[in-house]
Write a protein that binds this ligand. Structure first.
Ligand code: C5P
Length: 227
Protein backbone atom coordinates (compact mmCIF):
# COMPACT_ATOMS: atom_id res chain seq x y z
CA UNK A 1 0.00 0.00 0.00
CA UNK A 2 1.12 3.54 -0.79
CA UNK A 3 2.66 5.15 2.31
CA UNK A 4 2.03 8.80 3.03
CA UNK A 5 3.08 11.47 5.51
CA UNK A 6 0.41 12.66 7.92
CA UNK A 7 1.03 16.00 9.63
CA UNK A 8 -1.10 16.88 12.65
CA UNK A 9 -0.68 20.40 13.99
CA UNK A 10 -2.64 22.45 16.43
CA UNK A 11 -2.86 24.18 19.79
CA UNK A 12 -1.75 22.67 23.10
CA UNK A 13 -3.81 19.84 24.51
CA UNK A 14 -6.11 19.44 21.53
CA UNK A 15 -5.66 15.68 21.74
CA UNK A 16 -3.30 15.58 18.77
CA UNK A 17 -1.09 12.91 20.25
CA UNK A 18 -3.99 10.65 21.24
CA UNK A 19 -5.40 10.55 17.74
CA UNK A 20 -1.96 10.46 16.12
CA UNK A 21 -1.00 7.39 18.15
CA UNK A 22 -4.29 5.64 17.30
CA UNK A 23 -3.89 6.42 13.63
CA UNK A 24 -0.24 5.29 13.48
CA UNK A 25 -1.15 2.04 15.20
CA UNK A 26 -4.06 1.39 12.84
CA UNK A 27 -2.02 2.12 9.71
CA UNK A 28 1.19 0.48 10.94
CA UNK A 29 2.99 3.83 10.66
CA UNK A 30 5.68 5.38 12.86
CA UNK A 31 4.38 7.98 15.31
CA UNK A 32 6.57 10.96 16.20
CA UNK A 33 5.61 13.29 19.06
CA UNK A 34 7.66 16.40 18.24
CA UNK A 35 6.40 18.22 21.34
CA UNK A 36 8.21 15.56 23.39
CA UNK A 37 11.46 16.55 21.68
CA UNK A 38 11.05 20.24 22.61
CA UNK A 39 10.08 19.17 26.11
CA UNK A 40 13.22 17.00 26.43
CA UNK A 41 15.46 19.93 25.42
CA UNK A 42 13.61 22.03 28.02
CA UNK A 43 14.21 19.39 30.69
CA UNK A 44 17.91 19.43 29.81
CA UNK A 45 17.97 23.25 30.17
CA UNK A 46 16.23 22.99 33.54
CA UNK A 47 18.56 20.28 34.83
CA UNK A 48 21.61 22.33 33.82
CA UNK A 49 20.17 25.45 35.48
CA UNK A 50 19.94 27.30 32.16
CA UNK A 51 16.29 28.25 32.59
CA UNK A 52 14.35 29.28 35.66
CA UNK A 53 11.44 31.54 36.58
CA UNK A 54 13.54 34.66 36.23
CA UNK A 55 16.30 33.76 33.80
CA UNK A 56 16.93 31.98 30.51
CA UNK A 57 20.52 31.66 29.33
CA UNK A 58 19.82 31.15 25.63
CA UNK A 59 23.48 31.43 24.62
CA UNK A 60 24.53 28.65 26.98
CA UNK A 61 21.73 26.41 25.74
CA UNK A 62 22.68 27.01 22.11
CA UNK A 63 26.32 26.26 22.97
CA UNK A 64 25.32 22.99 24.63
CA UNK A 65 22.95 21.83 21.87
CA UNK A 66 25.51 19.38 20.40
CA UNK A 67 25.52 17.60 23.80
CA UNK A 68 21.79 16.97 23.66
CA UNK A 69 20.75 13.71 22.09
CA UNK A 70 17.05 12.99 21.76
CA UNK A 71 15.91 9.54 20.72
CA UNK A 72 12.79 7.37 20.74
CA UNK A 73 12.42 3.73 21.72
CA UNK A 74 9.28 1.72 21.10
CA UNK A 75 7.65 0.44 24.29
CA UNK A 76 5.86 -2.82 23.45
CA UNK A 77 3.60 -2.61 26.50
CA UNK A 78 2.48 0.97 25.96
CA UNK A 79 2.34 0.56 22.19
CA UNK A 80 4.18 3.77 21.37
CA UNK A 81 7.72 5.14 21.35
CA UNK A 82 8.98 6.84 24.49
CA UNK A 83 11.40 9.74 24.46
CA UNK A 84 14.97 9.49 25.74
CA UNK A 85 17.30 12.34 26.67
CA UNK A 86 20.96 11.33 26.38
CA UNK A 87 19.98 7.68 26.77
CA UNK A 88 17.64 8.15 29.73
CA UNK A 89 13.90 7.62 29.51
CA UNK A 90 12.29 10.99 30.36
CA UNK A 91 8.73 10.28 29.22
CA UNK A 92 7.30 11.08 32.66
CA UNK A 93 9.62 13.98 33.58
CA UNK A 94 8.83 15.97 30.41
CA UNK A 95 5.05 16.05 31.08
CA UNK A 96 5.09 18.13 34.27
CA UNK A 97 3.50 21.58 34.45
CA UNK A 98 6.97 22.97 35.25
CA UNK A 99 8.33 21.78 31.89
CA UNK A 100 5.14 23.01 30.19
CA UNK A 101 5.80 26.41 31.75
CA UNK A 102 9.19 26.78 30.04
CA UNK A 103 8.88 24.76 26.84
CA UNK A 104 7.46 27.48 24.59
CA UNK A 105 10.37 29.79 25.42
CA UNK A 106 12.84 27.05 24.53
CA UNK A 107 10.90 26.18 21.36
CA UNK A 108 11.11 29.80 20.22
CA UNK A 109 14.92 29.57 19.91
CA UNK A 110 15.78 29.14 16.22
CA UNK A 111 18.87 26.99 16.81
CA UNK A 112 16.79 24.55 18.89
CA UNK A 113 14.18 24.38 16.14
CA UNK A 114 16.80 23.88 13.47
CA UNK A 115 18.34 20.91 15.27
CA UNK A 116 15.00 19.22 16.00
CA UNK A 117 13.43 19.89 12.58
CA UNK A 118 16.45 18.28 10.91
CA UNK A 119 16.04 15.19 13.09
CA UNK A 120 12.27 15.08 12.44
CA UNK A 121 12.81 15.25 8.68
CA UNK A 122 15.23 12.32 8.89
CA UNK A 123 12.77 10.30 10.97
CA UNK A 124 10.01 10.80 8.40
CA UNK A 125 12.03 10.60 5.20
CA UNK A 126 10.65 7.18 4.19
CA UNK A 127 7.01 8.26 4.73
CA UNK A 128 4.62 5.99 6.63
CA UNK A 129 4.72 8.48 9.48
CA UNK A 130 2.22 10.35 11.61
CA UNK A 131 3.91 13.38 13.16
CA UNK A 132 2.26 15.84 15.50
CA UNK A 133 3.38 19.30 16.57
CA UNK A 134 3.02 22.96 15.65
CA UNK A 135 4.93 23.32 12.38
CA UNK A 136 4.77 19.89 10.76
CA UNK A 137 2.52 20.85 7.83
CA UNK A 138 4.15 24.25 7.39
CA UNK A 139 7.89 23.66 7.94
CA UNK A 140 8.88 20.05 8.63
CA UNK A 141 6.85 18.37 5.88
CA UNK A 142 5.24 21.08 3.72
CA UNK A 143 4.58 18.37 1.11
CA UNK A 144 2.74 16.03 3.49
CA UNK A 145 -0.13 14.31 1.69
CA UNK A 146 -2.53 14.80 4.61
CA UNK A 147 -2.44 17.80 6.92
CA UNK A 148 -4.76 18.25 9.87
CA UNK A 149 -5.11 21.28 12.10
CA UNK A 150 -6.74 20.57 15.44
CA UNK A 151 -8.51 23.16 17.53
CA UNK A 152 -10.77 23.32 20.60
CA UNK A 153 -11.58 26.07 23.09
CA UNK A 154 -8.84 26.91 25.63
CA UNK A 155 -11.17 25.96 28.51
CA UNK A 156 -11.96 22.58 27.01
CA UNK A 157 -8.28 21.90 26.42
CA UNK A 158 -7.33 23.00 29.94
CA UNK A 159 -9.94 20.64 31.45
CA UNK A 160 -8.53 17.72 29.46
CA UNK A 161 -4.96 18.56 30.46
CA UNK A 162 -5.96 19.10 34.10
CA UNK A 163 -7.68 15.72 34.24
CA UNK A 164 -4.66 14.06 32.64
CA UNK A 165 -2.25 15.59 35.19
CA UNK A 166 -4.53 14.80 38.15
CA UNK A 167 -4.95 11.26 36.80
CA UNK A 168 -1.18 10.89 36.92
CA UNK A 169 -1.11 12.00 40.53
CA UNK A 170 0.26 15.52 39.94
CA UNK A 171 -1.00 18.19 42.34
CA UNK A 172 -2.17 20.97 40.04
CA UNK A 173 -4.79 23.72 40.10
CA UNK A 174 -7.15 24.10 37.12
CA UNK A 175 -6.52 27.87 36.83
CA UNK A 176 -2.76 27.28 36.51
CA UNK A 177 -3.30 24.73 33.75
CA UNK A 178 -5.62 27.12 31.88
CA UNK A 179 -3.09 29.92 32.25
CA UNK A 180 -0.32 27.68 30.90
CA UNK A 181 -2.43 26.63 27.91
CA UNK A 182 -3.19 30.29 27.11
CA UNK A 183 0.42 31.40 27.57
CA UNK A 184 1.72 28.64 25.30
CA UNK A 185 -0.91 29.49 22.67
CA UNK A 186 0.30 33.09 22.76
CA UNK A 187 4.04 32.33 22.54
CA UNK A 188 3.54 29.57 19.94
CA UNK A 189 1.44 31.75 17.62
CA UNK A 190 3.48 34.94 17.94
CA UNK A 191 7.09 33.67 17.85
CA UNK A 192 9.23 34.78 14.90
CA UNK A 193 10.49 31.36 13.83
CA UNK A 194 7.84 28.92 12.56
CA UNK A 195 4.84 30.30 14.46
CA UNK A 196 1.91 27.97 14.93
CA UNK A 197 -0.43 28.52 12.01
CA UNK A 198 -2.73 26.45 9.89
CA UNK A 199 -1.13 25.38 6.62
CA UNK A 200 -3.16 26.59 3.65
CA UNK A 201 -3.94 23.03 2.62
CA UNK A 202 -4.66 21.69 6.11
CA UNK A 203 -8.09 20.42 7.13
CA UNK A 204 -9.28 22.04 10.34
CA UNK A 205 -10.89 19.83 12.96
CA UNK A 206 -12.53 21.47 15.95
CA UNK A 207 -12.93 18.65 18.40
CA UNK A 208 -14.58 20.67 21.22
CA UNK A 209 -17.70 18.55 20.94
CA UNK A 210 -16.35 15.36 19.36
CA UNK A 211 -15.80 12.18 21.36
CA UNK A 212 -12.46 10.42 20.90
CA UNK A 213 -14.18 7.78 18.78
CA UNK A 214 -15.92 10.31 16.55
CA UNK A 215 -12.68 12.17 16.09
CA UNK A 216 -10.73 9.03 15.23
CA UNK A 217 -13.38 7.87 12.73
CA UNK A 218 -13.38 11.23 11.03
CA UNK A 219 -9.59 11.33 10.74
CA UNK A 220 -9.32 7.71 9.65
CA UNK A 221 -11.78 8.41 6.84
CA UNK A 222 -9.62 11.31 5.69
CA UNK A 223 -6.49 9.15 5.82
CA UNK A 224 -8.14 6.34 3.84
CA UNK A 225 -9.29 8.81 1.20
CA UNK A 226 -5.74 10.12 0.85
CA UNK A 227 -3.77 6.86 0.79
O1 C5P B 1 2.74 19.10 21.86
P1 C5P B 1 3.19 19.61 23.21
O2 C5P B 1 2.14 20.40 23.92
O3 C5P B 1 3.80 18.56 24.05
O4 C5P B 1 4.36 20.63 22.84
C1 C5P B 1 5.02 21.37 23.84
C2 C5P B 1 5.52 22.69 23.28
O5 C5P B 1 6.57 22.44 22.34
C3 C5P B 1 4.50 23.54 22.52
O6 C5P B 1 3.73 24.38 23.39
C4 C5P B 1 5.39 24.35 21.61
O7 C5P B 1 5.91 25.48 22.29
C5 C5P B 1 6.54 23.41 21.31
N1 C5P B 1 6.45 22.74 20.02
C6 C5P B 1 6.86 23.43 18.90
N2 C5P B 1 6.88 22.81 17.70
C7 C5P B 1 6.50 21.54 17.56
C8 C5P B 1 6.04 20.82 18.69
C9 C5P B 1 6.01 21.46 19.91
O8 C5P B 1 7.22 24.60 18.99
N3 C5P B 1 6.57 20.95 16.36
Amino acid sequence: MNKITIAIDGFSSTGKSTVAKQLAKYLGYIYVDTGAMYRAVTLYAMEKGLISDDDFNIEALVYQLPNIEISFKFNEILGFAEVYLNGINVEKEIRTLKVSGFVSQVAAVSQVRHKLVEQQQKMGKDKGVVMDGRDIGTVVFPDAELKLFMTASAEKRAIRRYEELIGRGDKVVYEDVLQNVQERDHIDTTRKDSPLEKAKDAIEIDNSSLSLEEQFDKILQLAKMTI
